[in-house]
Design a protein around this ligand. Sequence first.
Ligand SMILES: [Zn+2]
Length: 247
Amino acid sequence: MSYIKTVGIIIREVQTGEADKIVTIFSKSMGKITGSAKGARRPKSRFIAGTQLLCYSDFVLYKGREIYSINSCDVIEPFYNIRNSLDKLTCAAHMTEIINDIVQENQPAIKVLQLFLNSLHMLSKTDKSLYQIIAIFELRLMSILGYGPLVGGCLNCGNQDFESMEFSFLKCGLTCKKCSFLDGSAMDISEGTAKALNYIIYSNIKNLFCFEVSDQVLRELNIISKRYLKERLEKEYKKMDFIKSLK
Ligand SMILES: [Zn+2]
């Protein structure tokens, strides 16, 4: 019998039939997989909690001809608090849209899953600025995928004086004032932003969210992460536009 056991998080759900669901699971062992959950929409279904969007569960799946069917699911973390705030829900939807685009079927992406779960945890369990969580998620994700910006110092001369840096979208990283001839359209950034970028790309994932920044740094970080993501993935993600204020 081809049963498999894996942890994973629901990143898409589609209602089918009278009470069934087809779900996309971002699983630890196989990347993105599609599974059917028979009767998951019935009030007394044993799948009702574990097959909800953003629910992280332990699954046992049976491999059918085309898709998997869910045999059992035990909820590990429902990220329930995210559903209590429209802004948090919008952030989670934004991250989930990106995850759906970049995670491939049957290709494990354990570092991406860990980043996604940590980001959802910050969203659900803390009052950390939503914009900070999103900037960290987007930039670290680019780094995991191999598109990380060069932010160890000036990408041309190696100068590590973060006081006078610019961010070059053309060269994908930091340039110091002496090397600003490389890209006349580079963005002026504050020292805090240069240091935050360095931290987001190089820090241990366990401490990834453990830093505080000023509103100005947050604004600059979000301008950089939004444009950087758009240029790398060649797609504009618009859900965050619905959150009006910087918080
Ligand atoms: Zn330089």
